[in-house]
Design a protein around this ligand. Structure first.
Ligand code: CMP
Length: 143
């Protein structure tokens, strides 16, 4: 079963959108297996966004994600990486399709509310940065 790392970024937390965002994935039928309300350290930000080091938006990105708490999550389900990327929408809110999270709630690329892993390799790496193996919970959905 596929897993992905999703993170409501500081703008989503500050705007009170954690519940709305989590609700969308729950209603889709995806399974939450880990969650953590936390403050990202500069070291975690550097590991998480390593592929962007050197890009012009990297310094403000790190300053932003470390400025205030985030809501980090692991979700599980068939094709969960592709499904959640589709539900989140394109990085630039101007290009995000109507009905996606970024289209519905974001106006700026720098404040696009949520991060989602873009591949199985990224998901495994990002989950490992934010969660210890024992924090991923296994349970049966009986209802
Ligand atoms: P995220 O999915 O968290 O991954 C990297 C973040 O950098 C991205 O969302 C945006 O918030 C931010 N960013 C700012 N400018 C750009 C850009 N030109 N391309 C990609 N990401 C950008």
């Amino acid at each position: 079963m596929e897993q992905t790392f999703l993170m409501v970024k500081p703008d989503g937390v500050q705007r009170g959108l954690i519940g709305e965002i989590v609700s969308r994935f729950e209603r889709k039928g995806l399974k939450l297996v880990a969650a953590k309300f936390m403050r990202i350290t500069p070291e975690i930000a550097e590991r998480h966004y390593a592929e962007h080091i050197g890009k012009p938006f990297y310094p403000p990105l790190v300053a932003f994600v470390t400025s205030s708490p985030v809501f980090a999550m692991v979700w599980q389900g068939d094709n969960v990486i592709g499904l959640t990327r589709a539900m989140i929408g394109k990085t630039n809110a101007l290009e995000a399709a109507p009905g996606t999270i970024r289209s519905d709630y974001a106006v700026h690329t720098n404040f696009n509310l949520i991060h989602g892993s873009d591949s199985a390799e990224s998901a495994a790496r990002e989950i490992g940065i934010f969660f210890a193996p024992h924090e991923l919970l296994s349970y049966t959905q009986t209802m």
